[in-house]
Design a protein around this ligand. Sequence first.
Ligand code: ACO
Length: 401
Amino acid sequence: GIDIGTLRSATGLVTLDPGYKNTGSTTSAITFLDGEKGVLRYRGYNIEELAEKASFLEVAYLIIFGELPDQASLTKFQTDVTNHTLIHEDMRKIFDGFPTTSHPMVVLSSLISVLSTFYPGSMESNRSDEEVYMSIVRLIAKVPTIAAWSYKNEMGHPVNYPDNSLNYGARFLKMMFALPTQEYDIDPVMVSALNKILILHADHEQNCSTSTIRIVGSSLANIYASVASATNALSGPLHGGANQQVIEMLEAIHSSGATIDEFMEKVKNREMRLMGFGHRVYKNFDPRAKILKKACDDILSKMGIEDPLLDIAKKLEKIALEDEFFIERKLYPNVDFYSGIIYRAMNLPTDMFTVMFAMGRLPGWIAQWKEMLEMKQPIGRPRQIYTGENERSFVPMSDRK
Ligand code: ACO
């Protein structure tokens, strides 16, 4: 029964805004987003141009350090990342302890957290710039290795060590899919699709996982603990977990034999949500979804794949764009609606989809963490309006009902 607004709490006036729908938590110079016009820019560069022309590591550098790297800076960054792709052999023992039923997203967040035990310098409150740089490099370098190994753990396959003669995307794909029993050929179409998809996910201002990293980091928790918290926030089905849910939903429609109209009726009756639709900020279209829809068509045709789920997705989108329920509520496809179909074409299992999102979002989390510290943002500590009981006397056990 409490409306959004400014209310009186025990200690003064407090603005109440559940879900922070209208609350700016910080200033930031990293990502510009115009939800009405469907504009997304990293450090001033339009997402369309970056997805077309840049490499993921180039965009990571841009987001984290503020400028596009010149050739020497990019070469140094790529070399530093390449030199740190291995994870400590003792960490492999931790993989062995996870049941093979573990969701790879949980393995990923746990092992990101564990990195601080191998790099105790990250725990010191007076971290040098060099230590911060190295922890950034380590995270960008090691997260793909951890991600691929969590998949291998789930499959019960031997892990592949990173092949440092390859670029970032190709190295990850080889760690994921190469088997000791057969040759693994890198498919350049897959590498380029991965590059684009990672760039599109690289930052998205103050979303749930990014707000998480800024608030956890504001307590001066170390970078690995902070990134692990963001990874956990991303795992939820209303955030990064939505890409897995989209494919599960499309598969369910495909196998149920129900018509798309029947499914849409259920959505409109609020029995379920149309996963991959709707966004807190984009109210006309999500520019990332536009790029991915086209990429999806291009990639599937280049790979010679026909996926019935893509047809279902397109039909759902077409119906939704003409239906009053969706128009009134300004619900459009978001980045997750088509990304899962590309991941399927790459043979990634559905429970790796959110891990892919985390790999892409990593530079954004790091940049926001770094910016938050450089701004000397005070510790995050929202207020509340108390709605519980007034003061009561303790009731002895014998008198409780
Ligand atoms: N399907 C059906 N109806 C929806 C959907 C959907 N996907 N999303 C919102 N609605 C409806 C709600 O029922 C509500 O209708 P009502 O006012 O009649 O009750 C209205 O639209 C507003 O919905 P909210 O939940 O208030 O919108 P909010 O901004 O809080 O939520 C969110 C945004 C979480 C993304 C929501 O649209 C959703 O759940 N989408 C599906 C999950 C998804 O795709 N998540 C990925 C988000 S993007 C990302 O993290 C990369």
